[in-house]
Each structure stands twice: as C-alpha cells, then as structure tokens.
Design a protein around this ligand. Structure first.
Ligand code: DOR
Ligand code: ZN
Length: 431
C-alpha cells in the first residue's frame, strides 16, 4: 500500500479544482481519497506543498524503436516520459519497419511491456509501409492493440490522394478506430520546414505557408461531412486550422485536435536563437499564429496538448539549416515549459493545462486513465511547482538532446511518478 499525504489535488472537472487531500493506493488501484487517511504498513509520500495530478498522457511520441535505436529506445524514451511526469505515451509508426501489420504491433507491444517504464500504447499505420497508397488491415491492427491510426512521419506523413482518404475514413469508421492526421500538402510544402515569414525572408530560405496545413484539413472536413467518424488533427500550427476546427465542431463533426508545447510557446524567431534545434514540422510560425493556438486551447477548440517528442542525433542537427533533421525532444520539458510560459503568465489556468494533458487525451483514445478517482488505475504524478531550476539537456534520460530550451529557467518538476501503483520516479530521479 502507498499513502500520499497532504498534496494539492488538481481535479480538472470540479468547481473547486484545487483541494488538499490524501490518496491511498492498494495494488494497482486508487482505493481511497480523503482527509486524514491512515494506513498501517503503507509506504508514505509526504506531498505537502506539492501538486498531485493524474499521470500525463502523451498522444504523440516518436520512440524510434525498432529501427532507429541510436536516437531513442523503448527504455530511454519511456524513462524520459516518466521523468517528465507522463505515465502513458502513444508511439508513432515511423519506425523501421513501420507499424503496419498486426505482427509488428504485437511484437512492439510485448517489448514495450517488458522494456518500458510507463504505459506504452501505439498507433498503427493507415497505409502499408506508410506510403499513402494501400490501406493496412485496420481490423487486424485494432485486434493487435492499436489505439489510433496515422501515417505521421512516414513518407508524406498522410495519404495525399482523396480516393485513399475516402477509403480510410470508411474503413476506420467500420472498425471504430480514430484517425490521426498530420496535415501537410506534399505539393505545397517545401522541405525547408521554415514558416514563410520574416525569418525565412531574413535567411533567404524559401518558407512554407500556413495554407499547406489548412488545405489538407479542409479537404478532410469536406469528406467527414459526408461520412463522419472520429478524426484527430495533430500538432496544429496555424490560426486558420483553429478556425476550421471551430466551425466543423460547431456543425457537430466528431473531430478533435492537439497542438504542441513548442507551437504554444515559440515562434519562427526561435530559429534565430536556436538554429536547427527549432526546426520542426510543422514549422514554428508567427506570433499571431501562436496567439490563435493559445486561444484555441483556452476555448476548447484544441482539445489536447501533445509533445511530438522527436529525438535526433547531434550530428543530424549540427549542420546547415536546410539539411538538418526535423523535430525536438519534448517529454522531459513539456510540463515545465507550459507551466512557466502559459500558466505562470496567466494565459491558462493549472487545471486547464492538466486537462489538456490528461483527461482530454484519454477521451480521444477512449482510455480509462487520466483521472484521479477511487477505483481507477493509480497513474499519479506529484509536482513541485515552486522551485525554479534550469533545463539541463545533459541530464535527460532521452538519448535525444535536441532541445531549444537548454538553460531555460523554469518551474514545474515531477518529483514522484507512480505507474499502476508502482513508484517509478522518486525525488525527481528514476527508481
Ligand atoms: O518535427 C517532426 N519530427 N515532425 C514530424 O512530423 C516527424 C517528426 C520525426 O519523426 O522526427
Ligand atoms: Zn507529424
């Protein structure tokens, strides 16, 4: 048994969202929540002055395993997740081989269970080898344990052919699996991964416009109107995307969306300070886009925040901008960056932020996780939000050190993390 005493529980759904409580865990489950709880022989965590939330859930983690294990492994990526306060992550399919058959999914999930520190779920490819042409066997992928279908990071990152899109919508609807879209028109995009804005102009590099994202979303919304099925738009980067999602939700389409910590806190100007470390896809855009994303998160048009944790080797980033790999590592910095730049600046409340990182992703994936309630699995994170510290990439558990936030002064550290009743992080260190 485990007894957590006197922490402030962030209850996202309640009118009185911050209350001091004790939480009793027995085996894998939360068995009691209340005041002045006692239990003989229970292991004790004194959480006085600290915040308690459900373990965070990341909808979008590039684990790189199998195939690119010099960048990350199930073990290193899930350790990074735990240190960042995440108790559940969803692995992206752009591994080698791709996640496009039931056999590969089963073998990945078996390894994830034995080698992972947190709960690891997986996406499955929409198309064979992620090539955007022939659909995978959705029913078989679902049976093997896939929670959501996407081609993110594979080929064009999403099928470009409308006929394929129609087929995948119908097939996903039939097996009741949600689809996740990386929205990017492969003809309009230019591979520089730079927003067509002031920085692109300054550097003399051709940029890619926000329409590159919005045209893809528009196309799919049109098809979903005729054949509605749960559809998730990931890592939104553009104001126009938020507008499209708002209108489509008002019309009742069963769609959801996320954006990332980097799109909410950085703009294209980060490239001037951080160079290739701020090269991500979709690209960081202007302040106006960033503000629209924050407003989208606040109003609920954007349901969730996901990291798009994308580890790369140092040599893939220490090169010319146009040649550098795309992506940044986010698991170990997500909460601190969001808490420091959004909550402390009063752009979001703490319960709003926690909802975006727990209950919202759980709902999208139809998981029973994401809440602290009696009878639920004990996936719990305890946070120190009072002590300032500097992000130090040399201390990351992730093999990826590609962060634009190294040295940034932040607040918000996961001190204790509990996964299924088991302590995996204690006093900020992996157990
Ligand atoms: O920044 C990104 N990195 N965006 C993607 O879509 C792919 C990802 C990766 O796999 O590195
Ligand atoms: Zn993507």
């Amino acid at each position: 048994m485990l007894l957590i005493k006197n922490g402030i529980l962030v209850n996202t759904g309640s009118k009185n969202p911050l209350q001091q409580v004790d939480i009793l865990v027995s085996g894998k489950k939360i068995v009691k929540i209340g005041k002045n709880l006692t239990a003989t022989k229970a292991q004790l965590i004194n959480a006085k002055g600290r915040i308690i939330t459900a373990g965070l859930i990341d909808l979008h983690t590039h684990l790189r395993d199998p195939g690119f294990t010099s960048k990350e492994t199930i073990a290193s990526g899930s350790a990074a997740a735990a240190l960042g306060g995440f108790t559940t992550i969803v692995a992206m399919p752009n591994t080698q081989p791709r996640m496009d058959t039931a056999e590969k999914i089963k073998s990945f999930l078996a390894r994830a269970k034995s080698e992972g520190v947190v709960n690891i779920l997986t996406t499955g490819n929409l198309t064979q080898n992620g090539e955007g042409k022939l659909l995978t066997n959705f029913a078989a992928l679902k049976k093997a344990g896939v929670k959501i279908l996407t081609d993110d990071g594979c080929g064009d990152s999403h099928p470009q052919d409308l006929e394929v899109e129609k087929k995948l919508i119908a097939a996903a609807k039939k097996v009741k699996l949600p689809v996740m879209m990386h929205a990017e028109d492969s003809e309009m995009k230019c591979n520089t991964h730079l927003h067509a804005g002031v920085v692109a102009k300054k550097l003399g590099i051709r940029g890619s416009s926000a329409e590159c994202e919005t045209v893809m979303i528009e196309r799919v919304l049109e098809l979903l109107r005729k054949n509605p099925t749960p559809y998730h738009f990931t890592h939104l980067s553009a104001a126009g995307s938020v507008d499209l999602i708002r209108v489509a939700k008002k019309r009742g389409l069963p769609i959801t969306a996320d954006t990332t910590p980097h799109h909410l806190t950085l703009t294209e100007k980060a490239i001037l300070d951080s160079g290739t470390l701020a090269k991500v896809n979709p690209p960081l855009r202007s302040e106006a886009h960033r503000k629209a994303l924050i407003a989208g998160v606040k109003s609920g048009v954007i349901d969730a925040i996901a990291t798009d944790h994308a580890p790369h080797l140092a040599e893939e980033k220490n090169c010319e901008f146009t040649k550098a790999a795309v992506g940044l590592v986010g698991l170990e910095t997500a909460f601190a960056v969001l808490y420091t730049d959004l909550v402390k600046r009063k752009l979001l409340t703490l319960p709003q932020l926690i909802e975006k990182l727990t209950t919202a992703p759980a709902k999208i994936l139809k998981l029973k996780a994401g809440e602290i309630k009696v009878g639920k699995e004990a996936d719990i994170t305890i946070w120190d939000i009072e002590t300032a510290y500097k992000i130090d990439k040399t201390k990351f558990a992730s093999k990826g050190r590609n962060t634009p936030w190294n040295g940034k002064k932040v607040f918000g550290k996961a001190t204790d993390v509990i996964v299924g009743g088991k302590i995996v992080v204690k006093a900020g260190k992996l157990v």
